[in-house]
Write a protein that binds this ligand. Sequence first.
Ligand code: FUB
Length: 329
Amino acid sequence: MTTQFNEPIVTHIYTADPSAHVFNGKLYIYPSHDLDHDGPSNDNGDQYKMEDYHVLSLDGIGAEAVDHGEALHVRDVPWASAQMWAPDAAYKNDKYYLFFPARDHEGVFRIGVAVSESPEGPFQAEPQYMEGSYSIDPAVLVDDDGESYMYFGGLWGGQLEKWQSGTFESERTEGPAADQPAIGPRVARLSADMLSLAEAPSEIAIVDEDGQPILAGDEDRRYFEGPWVHKYRDLYYLSYSTGTTHKLVYAVSPNPQGPFVFKGVILTPVVGWTTHHSIVEFDGKWYLFYHDSSLSGGVNHKRCVKYTELHYNEDGTIQTIHPYTEVEA
Ligand code: FUB
C-alpha cells in the first residue's frame, strides 16, 4: 500500500525546483517562483526569469500548503541582477540559510546565501556572492558529523560548460565529445558559519558499476542539473536531472564527495522540459518533491510543485516512480 499525490501543492502562483526539509516537525519547501510572461524562450534559459522566492510549508502529508509570502527578492541582493533559480535551505548555528543562484551584474551565474532566524524567512542576503561559486542549483547537505557540503552545477543555461577550464569562458558552449567523461556536478565543503566555501569546488565523478566514467554521450545517465544528496543507511545518494532525456536518476557512494556509482531512474519524464526534485524523510516515510508543467497545460516555464511517496527496495535501490500512473492510496 502506498500513497501517490499528483496534485500541485499550490495553484495561486507557479512554483518549481522544490527543496524540501523538515524543520521543527514541519515540512518546508523552498521552490523557485516561476513568472507568467511571454518573453523569449531559448537554450540560454531566458524563459526562466524568476525574481523572488516564496517559502511554502505543510503541517503534514496531505495538509494544505501555506505560502509564507516573499522571502527574498532580487532587488534586495546587491550582487545579483536576474534569474533567481533553484534554491535550497539549511539549518545550522540556530539559523536558517537560503542558498540561491542568480546572474551577477556581468551575466555570470553565481551562488549566494541569505540568512534568517525563521525557516519561513524573510532572508537577509549577504552583500557578495560566495567567492569561488559559479553555475546554478545549489543543494546543501548538513552531514551527521557537522560538516556541510554544497553541491551545484547545471549545463546549458546553467553555464557549467563555460567553466571546463576552471575559469569562465563566455563563448564556450561545447561540452566534452560524446565518448569522453561527462561534465560532473561540483561539490565544496562549507565554512562553519555557512557563509562561504571552505575549499575550492571539485568535480564529482559519476561512474558505472565497473568503475568507468559515465560518458558525455550517455544522455540517459549523464549529469545535467539539479543535484540533491541525501543519506540512507549510511550511503550518500546523489540524484539529478539528465536534462535532454528528462529523467531523475541517482548514484550512490560511501563518501559525500564521491565517486558515485550510477544506480537507476527515480522519476520518468514529467510534462514540461525540466525535471527537478528533492528527497526527504518525514514521519518515517520518504517523499520525492518534484515539479511538472501540468498547471499551465505544459508551458515549460510555468511549473507546479508536487510530491509523492518514494520507496526503497531491500537492497537500498529506489523504486522507479511513474508520475502519471495511478497508485492505490
Ligand atoms: O528553474 C530554473 C532552472 O530550471 C533550474 O535551475 C533548473 O534545475 C531547471 O529546473
